[in-house]
Design a protein around this ligand. Structure first.
Ligand code: NDP
Length: 496
């Protein structure tokens, strides 16, 4: 396929051109097109959902034994691994992340399919303690058509976290990837097909969320939505779901505090804080974007942090030494710049960065350097709103009481980090922080075996973990009568 050709999209088991407008997925490091495709249309949404519904009813997938479904999921994991380099390079072009990072995301997607394959074939249904003349059981049934709506920052890893448990649970899935990063979801659909998944069980609808994602969420045959994205969109989806009495999981934004106590190991803390905010160019929901440092340590720590941040390699995502690539789009970079300007207008000072780099590739792509703001209060807008870029706000604190009040004073509650040599102190603080995930002496480490999600405006529900499959299944209680006699209430005697 040449660049000028239009990529087909996967709808109800058929690869064909989308019915919507033609557009390009562009490489954020140069702004140049990587591939052209037609967005899906509303008719395509209908076809994908109807096709998924039919595949759910008639392909036999839902009826396959768990170990049989698992066998297909293991094959998907294997094919992702076989095609890993090709996928990682494509993802680098689709969203501009450095190649080392996209390799890790592809590996994580394979691991996710493998994990949910294992979870699927070992998932236990329970015989519950009987309280009468019956055997009682708790079992799980597939739901039907599931919608997976994903953002642009971690394609394939985000999709895998939804598609793998949904398929393991016996469902069909319609994926709505971010409009600007559609390519990996399409590759995943191809891999599912090549692994022998029945046709129609996975469809992909590239294009605008406000049109396609909305229609998908409202569709009566869609029985569950798993969404990752911004809080405003998440709330919109939650309203629709409430009207349909439909379960949803919402993985939303964050403004996570990362805390350096006065007894921290400074080498570890500097490395962890840098990684927490500047890896993925800060385009991460769990970015440690609010830094709290014990006042006694503040100047010393900030001097080291700033010096190390200034050395980070911002540049060509294809270069294995690159630590930070470009931001996703010109529009997003402009939004990050507006936040930095707002921080300065609010009385903040720039400790580092804050200006677009120039020359060479920097003039073509949407690059923005590591930026550190200080001199602000936690109540100010740049400390409260998610910037989703490489911008750290640094705040000194005086006591743990003062720290806790500030750290928990946020609409978001997705993650937090603590750096301290005193594990008892870190434990006590970690228990008091309001967040879905707390890292102690580490940051941004993930395991598919550990549940993930946010409190408050950071989301609803959890993904990952062995029981992640149950999010995509309906629980059912079964009672098996063991009475020798008819139920007494009716007064019917046996044999009469
Ligand atoms: P958006 O909420 O704008 O988009 C996420 C997805 O939802 C996209 O596919 C988008 O389509 C779609 N969408 C947009 N409007 C609607 C709608 N009305 N109905 C249904 N779907 C819709 O988020 P961003 O793309 O800006 O992603 C960044 C956000 O994602 C950040 O806030 C970040 O914190 C959050 N995020 C959360 C994570 C978590 O696990 N908690 C992980 C990663 C990111 P389109 O592309 O057309 O806009």
């Amino acid at each position: 396929m040449t660049l000028e050709q239009t990529l087909p999209i996967c709808i109800a088991g058929t690869w064909r051109l989308g019915g919507g407008e033609r557009y390009a997925s562009c490489y954020p490091a140069t702004g140049e097109p990587v591939a052209w495709l037609n967005a899906a249309s509303l008719e395509d949404v209908e076809a994908a959902v109807q096709g998924a519904h039919l595949a759910f009813l008639h392909s036999g997938w839902a009826q396959r034994k768990p170990h049989e479904r698992a066998a297909v999921l293991y094959r998907i994991a294997g094919l992702i691994r076989e095609r890993a380099e090709e996928l990682a390079q494509l993802q680098r072009q689709d969203n501009g992340k450095p190649i080392n990072e996209t390799r890790a995301l592809v590996a994580s997607a394979a691991g996710t399919f493998q994990f949910f394959a294992a979870a699927c074939e070992t998932l236990e249904e329970t015989i519950t303690p009987s309280r009468g003349d019956f055997v009682s059981m708790s079992v799980y049934e597939p739901m039907g058509v599931v919608a997976a709506i994903t953002p642009w920052n971690s394609p394939i890893a985000s999709e895998a976290q939804k598609v793998a448990p949904a398929l393991a649970g016996g469902n069909a899935v319609v994926i709505k990837p971010a409009e600007i990063t559609p390519l990996l979801a399409l590759q995943l659909a191809r891999i599912c097909e090549d692994a022998g998944l029945p046709k129609g069980l996975v469809s992909v609808l590239p294009g605008k969320g406000s049109l396609l994602g909305d229609a998908l969420t409202r569709h009566p045959l869609v029985k569950r939505v798993s969404f990752t994205g911004g809080t405003r969109t998440g709330k919109h989806i939650a309203h629709i779901a409430a009207d349909k009495m439909m379960p949803v999981s919402l993985e939303l934004g964050g403004k996570s505090p990362t805390i350096v106590l006065d007894d921290a190991d400074l080498d570890h803390a500097v490395a962890g804080v840098l990684y927490g905010i500047f890896s993925s160019s800060g385009e991460a929901c769990i970015a440690g974007s609010r830094l709290f440092v014990a006042r006694a340590l503040y100047e010393r720590f900030m001097a080291r942090l700033t010096a190390a941040a200034a050395q980070l390699r911002l540049g060509d995502p294809a270069d294995e030494r690159t630590q930070m690539g470009p931001l996703i789009s010109a529009g997003h970079r402009a939004s990050v710049e507006r936040y930095v300007a707002l921080g300065l207008a609010e009385g903040g000072r720039l400790r580092l960065g804050g200006e677009r780099p120039s020359g060479g590739l920097y003039d073509q792509g949407y690059f923005y350097p590591p930026t550190i703001l200080e001199g602000l209060g936690n109540h100010q807008q740049v400390c409260q709103e998610e910037i989703f870029g490489p911008v750290l706000v640094a705040l000194p604190f005086d006591s743990e009481e003062d720290l806790l009040a500030q750290a928990n004073d946020s609409l978001y509650a997705l993650a937090a980090g603590i750096w301290s040599r005193d594990y008892k102190r870190a434990w006590a603080l970690g228990r008091k922080l309001q967040a879905g995930t707390v890292w102690i002496n580490t940051y941004k480490q993930f395991s598919i075996s550990t549940p993930f999600g946010g409190w408050r405006d950071s989301g609803l529900g959890r993904e990952k973990g062995r029981l992640g499959i149950l999010q995509y299944m309906e629980q059912k209680s079964l009672y098996w009568g063991m009475n020798q006699q008819p139920l007494a209430w009716a007064g019917v005697e046996a044999g009469q």
